[in-house]
Design a protein around this ligand. Sequence first.
Ligand SMILES: Cc1ncc(COP(=O)(O)O)c(C=O)c1O
Length: 383
Amino acid sequence: MSAELPVPPLAELRRRSSAKWRTHPPDVLPLTVAEMDFALAPPVAEVLRAAVEASDTGYSAADAGLGAALAGFAARRWGWTVDPTAVTAVPDVGVGVVELLRTLARPGDAVVVSPPVYPPFFDWVPEAGARLHEVPLARDEDGGFRLDLPALDRAFAARPAAYVLCNPHNPVGRVHTPDELAALVRLARVHGVPIVSDEIHAPLVLPGATFTPLLSVPGAAEVAVSVVSASKAFNLAGLKCAAVVTAAPATAALVHRFPADARWRTGHLGVLASVAAYTEGGAWLDRLLATLDARRTQLGGLLAERLPGVRWRPPDATYLAWLDCAVLGSGDAPRELFFARGRIALEPGLRFGAPGTGHVRLNFGTSAEILDEAVGRMAAATA
Ligand SMILES: Cc1ncc(COP(=O)(O)O)c(C=O)c1O
């Protein structure tokens, strides 16, 4: 068996009915929404097949083993000790973050986010009745992105209701360092600002980088809550299962204030699949990471060769590439050009906030052939 995970042929992928494959006309190649093209991890597919076979499609049981499975995975992968009883299943990361913000923010309170960032962050804050306060990421000299700690210090001094951290950070693929996270925790403690850490991309940290769970940082437990999921790394977004993780009584109390009915809303198949992914999916995940590492290298070569004006910094995590296409125009002009002339769909940069001007986000969770075709279409669009 080769090290790389196989991807079904394009004709087969186009028979999928999920958002990635049904949003655009059939002549458009979609490298948009964060769904991957690889087949499911065998242990995950097996548990889902068995559930369907047994018509086991009811509600998720109160203790379905998610906490223990996640705790085992977190210990093996990151040396992070998670108390299984401090893990609360939620339907997805969005629900987890919004419910946490509802408990933390009063109507109109500020909640800080750092664009460019995953677009729903801009929706989750108002959904919880709060107001956005943007503190953009800072730029390094080499074009990389990192948390702007001095600017966060100033923003936290005004006592916002929370900071929503993206760790690793979508769309730039930044894995925040232990020192940065320690400094962030210090700011949170000094100013009394709770942190909600969206760690959905944590299992997708690529070779060369190391993930630091925020709750493993000394002093974080009292001020931070994490929201995790197997859904990005194992392609389970449609099955609806994520988890809120706490590590101190004060933050566990926030979760106890979630609506009483919430526990019935998590997908039973999602819980089954997540438990299988966490307990038996390690070998498949390693192959996925090796495959994504190869795609990342391939993309670098393709861009240098065919789109030399496009600038990027290879991500440390995720299968998402944040491409600076300012050479092709500002705003979402590059995305429109690629779409209209290349028949390739990419995520428009402005969706990620104002710093996304002139950018597109490309999903490289696919085969070498499809990635090659994608960059070929992009290059043709600019010819
Ligand atoms: C940073 C981030 N958070 C959350 C999500 C969505 O998670 P969910 O579908 O569990 O709400 C995504 C999806 O790509 C994401 O990139």
